[in-house]
Ligand binder design. Structure first.
Ligand code: SF4
Length: 243
């Protein structure tokens, strides 16, 4: 999105939601960018409502300057309530519904149609688009292994999974929308190896991923059958953690 477009969008919005992520790659830069984005939006539109959320705020709960609400917990069950109450000026942080998700399949598929073409092709405010159509998909959240160095344990102590049927249906949507680069952004896609194999088997057998390049993260607790299935399903990158 270009700066002018961003400014126009801000002025026509009631609420802006800014993510403050915590992945190690460029972590500090990402956090600083998010904070300065919030300051910039605040200076352009003083009455707009701003929500900050993200794993870094779960890991290190704090208020973000310029944000009307800082969400330091899993947001999906309460984000509608937060947005509505900010718009109607009825926000009461003490009665906020903070229940964590229990059924991961109750979440709708992400509204990828809201993501700009530029972002879907790897572009940004300072970089030209240079990728085939790309997206993320999350089939599970969390990992119950006990690596003492794992920062992910700081924001996610449960293991939630979408059913295999849900995942396959979402991949079919990706195929219909012509996504090529698909990053499975699970903390550890193979924590349940049998489930991971079921997903890859169905992707390959039904030719759902035949035009895709899939990337995923995995611990090394896998086997040769998994590697064969990954190859058949067009997985081109596996990022291993040697724990
Ligand atoms: S296997 Fe990976 S994701 Fe799971 S706890 Fe260890 S480092 Fe974290």
């Amino acid at each position: 999105m270009k700066i002018q477009e961003l400014t126009e969008n801000v002025h026509s919005s009631d609420v802006v939601i800014v993510e403050i992520d915590s992945f190690p790659l460029k972590r500090t830069t990402n956090i600083l960018h998010a904070e300065s984005l919030i300051q910039s939006i605040r200076s352009q539109a003083s009455s707009i409502k701003i929500i900050a959320f993200g794993y870094d705020l779960v890991l290190l709960p704090r208020e973000i300057a310029g944000a009307d609400f800082t969400c330091s917990f899993e947001p999906e069950n309460s984000i509608d309530q937060v947005v509505d109450s900010l718009i109607t000026d009825t926000l009461d942080k003490n009665t906020m519904f903070k229940e964590p998700l229990t059924d991961f399949d109750l979440l709708p598929f992400p509204a990828r149609n809201l993501v700009s073409d530029l972002a879907e092709h790897g572009g940004s405010l300072i970089h030209k688009a240079n990728l085939a159509k790309s997206t993320l998909i999350q089939t599970s959240r969390g990992c119950l292994n006990t690596c003492s160095f794992c920062q992910r344990k700081g924001w996610q102590d449960r293991y939630l999974t979408h059913s295999v049927e849900y995942v396959i249906q979402e991949f079919k949507e990706l195929k219909k929308s012509n996504y090529i680069n698909v990053w499975i952004c699970d903390d550890n896609f193979t924590f349940n190896l049998s489930r991971a194999k079921q997903i890859l088997t169905q992707l390959a057998q039904n030719k759902i991923s035949e035009r895709m390049k899939i990337s995923l993260s995995s611990w090394t607790n896998i086997d040769f059958e998994f590697l064969d299935l990954a190859k058949a399903a067009n997985v081109s990158i596996i990022s291993y953690g040697i724990e």
